[in-house]
Design a protein around this ligand. Structure first.
Ligand code: NAI
Ligand code: MG
Length: 499
């Protein structure tokens, strides 16, 4: 890693991190009530980037009160839809002007290469433009009811109210944006709690929210920890809806706390996604696809293709060629332009991943490549090499639990019906992939897998217009597309006696 070639830190990002960061409540940047602060760490070198005010219950209370007032009394839900759209579009323009800064803040905060964080930051622009379009297209129905007399019945789609949004660290700016764009487009107000590992880009979005002209209290952003700030938000009686992306264990906890006032709940949780490589696939592109499915974002992806099923006829060659292919990835600091694989987000996440490698080997899996990155130039960061476990059986811990790192479990199959059964034998159901040149196989498998997303001869694709979410314990509800409009509105039926 030669320092001359490093991409230099965007000057606005440098300025942003040069001062301590605060909570964004009711249009103001404020200290936490407790005065507490926490450090946010750069996982490429373990160094502190800056400190951030640590939100807790009192701060969540203030943020919810601001969001409640903005919803119950403020202009946002009452505004002409075209006016709301204009503010969303202005915000998208501001994000576009500041893409490099946002990307650099995410690379600092969670380590991934600037190319990738730039793509994530750019996706925010498209997402806001997409939902700005929805603002003026929310309609009800007139319904021909069969009651006696002349009765006129119609429906309205109305905003839900205060939305408590909890985002993870694995694509900080883009997942935070997914928690903002759709609910705002239809007139909701928001309290967002970003992940404690990656609060910076969300706080920069807060500044752009101020600049775009959202009324005070419409968006509040309160960094803090899960069991304190996060739990306070999910338990708060004035919050109408919770949307959460993160682990299945926390998702279940959130459902329990949401029961208090019957909050509407949307959950995007973990996965253990199967990726099926048929012998008839285009071999070279299947190799690239298999690598990309598990190594994208260093495997810290809820739909990572972490269970690789390879047809018997090509299994030995494919696995050995995949190992060679992954040797082309270059681990390193995300600001080094030659880096293609960043560190994991934290020391804790690295240890979690390495622990799974031990468990896998104890259960009989064979680690053919990968493991801890021990080279001296990576010693200060939280790096794990692209790892392939072979001799895996689908009932092993490593094939059932989400590892959330660059670790793929390879398994062999001989029969398509059999591999469909094994692929479905997991409590998760988020993503899946198949590589084949046979259209019949592609559609058959796509229909038979119990997952919310299936990619054929590709992987990792998402678009603001297409619904995203999980079957089984991978989640509840959908985000993106019209699905989010359904999620963030409720239907009112209005009856008029015309007699
Ligand atoms: P996590 O589920 O604890 O954290 C995600 C978010 O939830 C963070 O903002 C966190 O502060 C918040 N949170 C945690 N506990 C909470 C609670 N009791 N109430 C309300 N909010 C709470 O995930 P963590 O610990 O960061 O990662 C552990 C594992 O979770 C990963 O190894 C991965 O398997 C999975 N995960 C899955 C993600 C996904 O995209 N589906 C994203 C992040 C983690
Ligand atoms: Mg960080």
């Amino acid at each position: 890693m030669s320092t001359q070639t490093m991409i230099s830190l965007n000057p606005k990002a440098a300025k942003f991190i040069s001062s301590p960061k605060n909570l964004f409540i009711n249009g103001q940047f404020v200290e936490a009530v407790s005065g507490k602060r926490f450090e946010t760490i750069n996982p490429a070198n373990g160094q502190v980037i800056t400190t951030v005010a640590e939100g807790d219950k009192e701060d969540i209370n203030r943020a919810v009160a601001a969001a409640r007032k903005a919803f119950d009394e403020g202009p946002w839900p009452r505004m002409k839809p075209a006016e709301r759209a204009k503010i969303l579009l202005k915000f998208a323009d501001l994000v576009e002007e500041n893409v490099e800064e946002l990307a650099h803040l995410d690379t600092l905060d969670y380590g991934q290469p600037v190319g990738l964080t730039t793509a994530f930051a750019s996706s925010v622009i498209e997402l806001f433009r997409y939902y700005a379009g929805w603002a003026t297209k929310i309609t009800g129905q007139t319904i021909p009811v069969s009651l006696p007399g002349e009765i006129f019945n119609y429906t309205r789609r109305e905003a839900i109210g205060v939305c408590g949004q909890i985002s993870p660290w694995n694509a900080p700016v883009s997942v935070a944006a997914m928690k903002l764009a759709a609910p705002l487009s239809v007139g909701n107000t928001i309290v967002l709690k970003p992940a404690e590992q990656t609060p910076l880009s969300a706080l920069r979005l807060a500044e752009l929210i101020q600049e775009a002209g959202f009324p005070d209290g419409v968006v509040n952003i309160v960094p803090g920890f899960g069991p304190t700030a996060g739990a306070a938000l999910t338990q708060h009686p004035d919050v109408d809806k919770i949307t959460f992306t993160g682990s299945t264990a926390v998702g279940k906890e959130i459902m329990r706390s949401a029961a208090g006032n019957l909050k509407k709940v949307t959950l995007e949780l973990g996965g253990k996604s199967p990726h099926i490589i048929c012998a008839d696939a285009d071999y070279e592109s299947a190799l690239a696809n298999a690598a990309n499915a598990i190594l994208f974002n260093s495997g810290q992806v809820c739909f990572a293709g972490s269970r690789l099923f390879v047809e018997k006829k090509i299994y030995d060659n494919f696995v050995s060629d995949l190992i060679d292919y992954t040797k082309n990835y270059k681990l390193g600091n995300g600001f080094d332009p030659s880096t293609t694989l960043g560190p994991l987000v934290s020391e804790k996440q690295k240890n979690r991943v390495l622990n799974y490698l031990n468990i896998g080997q104890q259960e009989g899996a064979e680690m053919l490549t990968g493991g801890n990155a021990t080279s001296s130039e990576l010693a200060d960061g939280y790096y794990v090499k692209p790892t392939l476990l072979a001799n895996v059986r689908n009932n092993m811990t490593v094939a059932q639990e989400e590892i959330f790192g660059p670790v793929v479990c390879a398994m062999m199959f001989d029969d398509l019906d059999e591999v469909i059964k094994v692929a479905n034998a997991t409590e998760y159901g988020l993503g899946a992939g198949i590589c084949t040149t046979d259209l019949r196989k592609a559609h058959k498998v796509a229909h038979a897998l119990r997952t919310g997303n299936v990619w054929v001869n590709t992987y990792n694709l998402m678009d603001p217009a297409s619904p995203f979410g999980g079957y089984k314990q991978s989640g509840l509800g959908r985000e993106n597309g019209s699905a989010s409009i359904d999620t963030y509105t409720q239907i009112k039926s209005v009856w008029i006696d015309l007699n």
